[in-house]
Design a protein around this ligand. Sequence first.
Ligand code: PXL
Length: 275
Amino acid sequence: MKRVLTIQDISCLGKCSLTIALPVISAMGVETVILPTAVLSTHTMFKNFTVKDLSDQIEPIKNHWLSENVEFDAIYTGYLGTAEQIDQMKELFRDFRKDGSFVFVDPVMADNGKLYPAFDMDYVKKNAELCAEADIIVPNITEAAFMTGMEYREEYDESYIKEMLGKLNELGAKISVLTGVSLSPGKTGVMGYDREADDYYIYQNDRIDASYHGTGDLFSSSCVGAMLRGKTWQEAMQIAADYTAYTISETLKNPAKPWYGVDFEATLPELINKL
Ligand code: PXL
């Protein structure tokens, strides 16, 4: 069985980051080791959330694993709390990289043209540096605009996305994937560029007019899980995009109308069937 290390916060209530990555990747048949960067009472879309930063735990936990000779087939980072933690991640990648493993960075920090409440431009710069250390990065258009210095646009065409992928590629990762890319009316999906193969990949499915917190984490987690189950990055993107869209559409049918997260628990069998 493959083993992944995922490093993100625990938002106790709210279904995002580790409360998505751990159940989803485990259910996909991949051993999922977690390193929590902070504990929050809820994700940051709730008011008055509490935060306990766990930066001081990263080094001792890492050193314990090194002394136990633990190895990982992949490392996947999501929402990190502080710019200092990003420096800690760079070191951790170097400590645990091995032949055949990959580093997957989702530079979670912004959406819809805006940075999340906890972040500033220093954090953006650090995230761009972290992307340089990755094999595969999956920013949304907002995050990519911040990291590349390109203008954020809601209306765009393929040439804007290609230019953005070119600038992301210059950051240094082998594969750059933009998420939330809509290349025709009523559609949404991803567009990626693989530098070694000099190859673009586009996958679009029907756009569902609803936005939920944690769907980016659902996409990244299912993508990492699929890659570790032997899928190519392109196959993994398709599986993850379909699973995320299906989960949003199922959540919309829930009469309780959850606002803070999607009902991914109900759709996991669909994901597992795709492996
Ligand atoms: O889904 C990304 C995410 C993860 N963790 C926390 C968040 C967010 C998005 O806002 O607030 C704490």
